[in-house]
Design a protein around this ligand. Structure first.
Ligand SMILES: Nc1ncnc2c1ncn2[C@@H]1O[C@H](COP(=O)(O)OP(=O)(O)OP(=O)(O)O)[C@@H](O)[C@H]1O
Ligand SMILES: [Mg+2]
Length: 323
């Protein structure tokens, strides 16, 4: 099964702000990315970086503060009432970290639930559910209750349930978090196969194993990677912010392909363009090495590929070669 018309997901300048005991928390701050039909996008970021918040906005279960989410021709952020309900039930499939399977129902019935809730007849709903259980490799477990299945099998049932309405957009929140290595591999393989259907899949994770199978990485939080990580390749799309003036600095970036704009935000709220940097140049070294906050904002002026270094490795691998 695959969606009737391929629908791209376009997220533009999306923000979600909460006011909490007098100060503002900004789990999403002007986030933009695009995922084409048939793409698996991975939201990568530490705890609290807004992954679940973003998935909830994409699924129409949380209203963003500002910005736009478009799926095909639909502007999700302006949907209300019945239209919003129809969007949630027919265009989006959800897979939760905790599976959320109904314990008293069989695997087959669990998969059929979204169709039954939509008012579809039991016969066709069960047939569609059986096809999807087969697809996730669990045809012979159709009659089992969730408690009779392993964690990985339960997660595959949850993926099948997410797909049963034939959604244009499949959202999965940390689908491998509760699984052991073998089980996680099976779920990752399944997600990779599913993107060939032409739908958009968005998965949040801490799990680095999902990175190589993804078509697009959306980095959540202020900075990609961790200061303790080995050098890692990171990519940004044209217009995306890589580091933001005033933020805590941890990493140094070397430009491999593409170029970036360095801008300084002035006290009156305007921006001053300082320079453009291209391949072979680096940025962010002063803050990261000296422990200062970022002194400028750096944005991708084209699609750009970078290598992120922690300060120690940057010193050893890059600076030492310059002498
Ligand atoms: N209703 C709310 N009111 C206030 N703050 C909230 C609310 N919901 C979430 N937050 C805050 O927004 C931030 C992002 O939360 P979110 O759950 O999206 O993070 P996450 O990336 O999914 O984290 P994890 O990896 O731990 O699941 C957190 O700082 C959280 O405390
Ligand atoms: Mg979360």
């Amino acid at each position: 099964m695959s969606p009737s018309t391929p629908q791209a997901l376009v997220v533009d300048q999306l923000s979600k702000h909460y006011i909490s005991s007098g100060y503002t928390i900004k789990p999403l701050d002007q986030l933009s990315f695009t995922a084409s039909p048939g793409e698996l996008a991975v939201l990568l970021g530490p705890s609290g970086s807004g992954k679940t918040t973003l998935l909830s906005c994409l699924g129409g279960i949380l209203e963003p503060t500002s910005g736009s989410i478009r799926l095909g021709d639909t502007e999700v952020t302006t949907l209300e009432g019945t239209d919003l309900d129809v969007y949630r039930r027919t265009r989006v499939g959800f897979v939760f970290q905790s599976f959320n399977l109904v314990p008293s129902l069989s695997a087959l019935e669990n998969v059929a639930v979204p169709l039954l809730l939509r008012g579809e007849k039991r016969g066709p709903a069960m047939k569609a559910a059986a096809e999807l259980l087969d697809r996730v490799g669990l045809a012979e477990r159709a009659g089992h209750a969730p408690s009779q299945l392993s964690g990985g099998q339960q997660q595959r049932v949850a993926v099948a349930r997410g797909l049963v309405g034939d959604p244009d957009l499949l959202l999965a929140d940390e689908p491998t978090a509760n699984l052991d290595h073998v089980q996680a591999e099976a779920v990752i393989r399944l997600l990779r196969e599913l993107r060939d259907d032409g739908r958009v899949i968005v998965v949040s994770t801490h799990d680095a194993r999902l990175v190589p199978v993804s078509d697009r990485i959306v980095k959540m939080g202020t900075e990609a990677g961790d200061a303790e990580d080995p050098p890692s390749e990171v990519r940004y799309l044209e217009g995306e912010t890589i580091i933001r003036q005033g933020d805590e600095a941890r990493l140094v970036y070397v430009i491999e392909d593409g170029s970036v704009d360095v801008v300084v935000e002035l006290a009156d709220g305007t921006e001053e363009h300082r320079t453009v940097l291209g391949p072979g140049r680096y940025f962010g070294e002063l803050g990261a090495m000296m422990g200062f906050p970022r002194s400028a904002t750096v944005r991708a002026s084209t699609d750009v590929r970078l290598t992120a270094y922690n300060p120690t490795e940057f010193r050893e691998r890059i600076l030492s070669k310059e002498d």
